[in-house]
Design a protein around this ligand. Structure first.
Ligand code: NAD
Length: 365
């Protein structure tokens, strides 16, 4: 097994160091190779995704990614900005399914902005389509309007589009993921207004015929946004398009208290994937040793489960994280009265120690 390690910018290198430390105590047979990505790669090689980094990612069995970006790159032309590295990796690796679990650990229910009883035991999985939708649809651009409410005025436009195969493959991923969980999928759309999402709903319904053991319901995105804060535990697997998934997965992340706890995976059709924390490079706390490394450590666990076929090792990491939280250790983002505030390295060391003890609790995938 070869794992490409791409730490990136900001807190990326700090949190990645802790995840690698945890991987190294699991007695697994793998090799790692580290490469620059994002702003760090731009500084060294003039491009956020240098060819050597892309080739390493393609050759590896899985990619563990930290985070990229910094406000100082905002003035660069778009193609050279750090975030382009993520889009380039998704495109070149054929990653189309983004898994964003939102799990509220019982030790952290108080950290949520919702009442503890609404989030205690929350364990939902948002599956976001990654390659289509209004984010990539052509044509797009700026022009002088020839019609509309203000002909002759400057305007900008994007195109929302989804093809049948794009919807079919993400629907299959969602139904298959649901089979390993509570066998329930909610497909989120805006079929009442958008042609693209009426088509999405029709195709998801057709694919569902192949999964009679899985329950399917459909929900409009505005209602889904409300239900996520009203009764989040009513969901299990949520599947949706690129833009709605982007927004809803961040909303779901906040239900759990801190984005510093949430891993994510982006998978191709063969389950090869890129694994990264759901948060960004947090330039405001970079270099201070206070970032929460748990989202990255949990991303490594997802990588072991989905791409490297090591579910027991994944369980070991997830159990170690729970043990460390139960012991009262907290980084600043999840700290509360009565718990012990620790830095990035101390949190990583504690997970390493708990992983070596190896007490495992099996969790849902
Ligand atoms: P962010 O997720 O980096 O930070 C938002 C807030 O959460 C900040 O207050 C930050 O300190 C805090 N935070 C994030 N991760 C944390 C952690 N592990 N531990 C403790 N606190 C944490 O989002 P942002 O501030 O909007 O963006 C910062 C940069 O990251 C931008 O350049 C943005 O483009 C980039 N970004 C990158 C990715 C990625 O690499 N996948 C994703 C989102 C944003």
């Amino acid at each position: 097994m070869k794992i490409a390690i791409l730490p990136g910018d900001g807190i990326g290198p700090e949190i990645m160091a802790e995840a690698v430390k945890v991987l190294n105590v699991l007695d697994l047979d793998f090799e790692t190779e580290t490469a620059l990505v994002g702003g760090a790669a731009y500084e060294a090689h003039g491009h956020p995704l240098p060819e050597a980094t892309l080739n390493l990612a393609k050759a590896a069995d899985a990619v563990l990614f930290g985070a990229v970006g910094d406000w100082k790159y905002d003035k660069l032309e778009r193609s050279l900005r750090p975030e382009q590295a993520i889009l380039g990796l998704r495109k070149h690796l054929g990653l189309f399914a983004n898994f964003r679990p939102a799990i509220c650990y019982e030790q952290l229910t108080h950290a949520s902005s919702l009442k503890p009883e609404l989030v205690a035991g929350l364990d939902i999985l948002i599956i976001r389509e990654l390659t289509g939708d209004i984010y990539f649809g052509q044509p797009r651009g700026r022009r002088v309007a020839v019609d509309g409410h203000f002909p002759g005025a400057e305007e900008a436009f994007d195109t929302m589009r989804y093809s049948r195969p794009e919807i079919e493959r993400i629907a299959h991923v969602a139904f298959q993921a649901a089979r390993k969980r509570s066998k329930k999928v909610t497909s989120v759309d805006k079929a009442n207004v958008l042609e693209t999402f009426q088509f999405w709903k029709d195709v998801v319904t057709e694919v569902h015929a192949q999964y009679p053991d899985v329950e399917l319901d459909h929900m409009y995105v505005d209602n889904a946004a409300m239900q996520l804060v009203k009764a989040p535990k009513a969901f299990d697997v949520v599947v949706t398009g690129n833009m709605f998934g982007d927004i809803l997965s961040d909303e779901a992340a906040m239900l759990t208290g801190s984005i510093g706890m949430l891993p994510s995976a982006s998978l191709d059709k063969a389950n090869k994937g890129l694994y990264e924390p759901s948060h960004g490079s947090a330039p405001d706390i970079a270099g201070k040793g206070v970032a929460n490394p748990l989202a990255t450590i949990l991303s490594a666990a997802m990588m072991l489960r989905f791409s490297l076929n090591q579910p027991q090792a994944a369980d070991r990491i997830e159990s170690a994280v729970k043990a460390v939280l139960s012991a009262g250790l907290r980084t600043g983002d999840i700290w509360s009265e009565g718990t012990r505030k620790v830095g990035t390295r101390e949190m990583g060391d504690a997970v390493v120690a708990a992983s070596i003890t190896g007490k495992t609790i099996t969790t849902k995938t």
